[in-house]
Design a protein around this ligand. Structure first.
Ligand SMILES: Nc1ncnc2c1ncn2[C@@H]1O[C@H](COP(=O)(O)OP(=O)(O)OP(=O)(O)O)[C@@H](O)[C@H]1O
Ligand SMILES: [Mg+2]
Length: 261
């Protein structure tokens, strides 16, 4: 299963959510950093021995292999292990590097969607019509759009969902769209308001759940603070997303290829 995690605008918490989601994912998983604005993973994550990750080993080395046909080295050769044992594929350092590897991104999207024995969670950053990583979004089973609970964020989200719903790849496949709301855990209204707004607009996107607005735990995930987070509101709330994400992917698979959204 290929799950992409994206934003419409701003920095609502895509990288944080994707990292936690991958770390609690119940199956073998790979976390891919494909943010076209430049990856944060190689800057934030650490190897289990606390050393820095090698930024050259990841999307860039995989893209170089892809130009030669992907066959000579397995995908796994481009992974690095990060703290907690999570396997990660580091992203690019600069936006022009992502533009440089754009010709092979359709091939990489297809490879991620059928990674042998693994599910794949990809941080695709802000998803716009000009994003070079759209082929990866198009290849995904589910695109999770992360948003904050603010009026202007909802307005941008609505427009991006409208546009995403029309995305089709060459085989007429399109990802199911799931919305993840980052909000105070005591906020019991915003998710319902957002679901109503999307339904009112006739948009086929499912509000999958709420990620706790938990700045301290987010700081731990970002490496700015050290303390246990397994029982934090953030991790517990992301854990609750796993089943809805998998159900949405399964429902999409049941809909069949080429069926309108
Ligand atoms: N669930 C959360 N609760 C509180 N703060 C959060 C949460 N998720 C992320 N943050 C904070 O929000 C800021 C942006 O987070 P993050 O880098 O994950 O967002 P992003 O959407 O990937 O941004 P960018 O588009 O810049 O890559 C960081 O300071 C992070 O600690
Ligand atoms: Mg990010």
């Amino acid at each position: 299963m290929l799950v992409t995690v994206a934003s419409a605008k701003g920095a609502p918490g895509v990288t944080t959510t994707a990292r936690v989601l991958a770390s609690v994912w119940p199956q073998d998983v790979v976390l891919v950093d494909a943010d076209p604005g430049g990856g944060d993973l190689s800057l934030l994550a650490r190897r289990p021995d606390e050393g820095a990750l090698d930024p050259e080993l990841g999307l860039l080395s995989l893209a170089a292999d892809a130009r030669r046909g992907l066959a000579d080295r397995p995908l796994e050769a481009h992974l690095q292990q990060s703290e907690g044992g999570l396997d990660v594929l580091c992203g690019v350092g600069t936006p022009d590097q992502m533009v440089g590897i754009a010709p092979v991104l359709p091939q990489l999207g297809a490879a991620f969607s059928r990674w042998p024995g693994r599910d794949v969670v990809v941080d695709v950053g802000r998803v716009t019509p000009s994003s070079p990583v759209l082929p990866i979004v198009q290849a995904s089973d589910v695109v999770l759009v992360v948003t904050r609970a603010r009026l202007e964020a909802f307005a941008h989200l609505r427009e991006r969902v409208r546009w995403l719903a029309q995305l089709r790849d060459a085989s007429l496949r399109s990802p199911a769209i799931g919305i993840v709301l980052v909000a105070d855990s005591r906020d019991r209204r915003s998710a319902g308001d957002l679901a109503q707004l999307l339904a009112h607009e006739g948009l086929s996107a499912t509000v999958l759940g709420q990620v706790a607005d938990d700045p301290r735990a987010a700081d731990v995930v970002g490496g700015r603070l050290q303390r246990p987070v397994a029982r934090s509101l953030l991790v517990r709330s992301v854990r609750q997303l796993v089943d809805p994400v998998r159900a949405l992917a399964a429902a999409r698979a049941g809909r069949g290829v080429g069926t309108p959204v």
